[in-house]
Design a protein around this ligand. Structure first.
Ligand SMILES: O=C[C@H](O)[C@H](O)COP(=O)(O)O
Length: 154
């Protein structure tokens, strides 16, 4: 599994901790870090969230972990990229259902909301979940995709 990570300056320290976790996880074949790398880089969260989501949309990454102050801004941004489903998930159950119900490729965290140990525990669990395309949830996700395709810009 190839995982893209990104954060703004509010989330960079947590993102870097998650990146180290991912780099040690045998289920992860590649970690792509689109930044920021340090807290003095003040590029805004949409820049990073959109860049990461585009890696998924263009097939360079399978999943993403994005961090900002709340997790909300990067989730909104990532969801603007066609084909990408992203959500903030600060608890195990939501993280699990984000895959099994919603086939989200992206999980987001708020570094001002959740501690690093909880976030890393959730990421470890999240890596183990897969979406079942034959499940009852598949048609619901397909409804979103169909809307997106019908209303695609351009
Ligand atoms: O959702 C936005 C993030 O929490 C970001 O890190 C902080 O944004 P703000 O500076 O606009 O509050």
């Amino acid at each position: 599994m190839r995982v893209v990570v990104a954060a703004d300056n509010a989330g960079v320290l947590l993102k870097n901790e998650v990146r180290e976790l991912l780099e040690r996880d045998e289920r992860v074949t590649e970690v792509i870090d689109v930044g920021v790398e340090t807290p003095d880089d003040d590029r805004a969260y949409p820049v990073l969230g959109l860049a990461a989501a585009e890696k998924i949309a263009n097939g360079e990454a399978d999943r993403g972990v994005l961090v900002c102050g709340t997790g909300i801004g990067v989730a909104i941004s990532a969801n603007k990229v066609p084909g990408v489903r992203a959500t903030v998930a600060h608890d195990s159950y939501s993280a699990e259902r984000s895959i099994k119900s919603n086939n989200c490729q992206v999980i987001t965290f708020g570094a001002r909301v959740v501690g690093p140990e909880l976030a890393k525990k959730i990421v470890g669990e999240w890596l183990g979940y897969t979406f079942d395309p034959s499940s009852a949830s598949a048609a619901k996700v397909a409804h979103i995709t169909e809307y997106e395709q019908v209303h695609a810009a351009g």
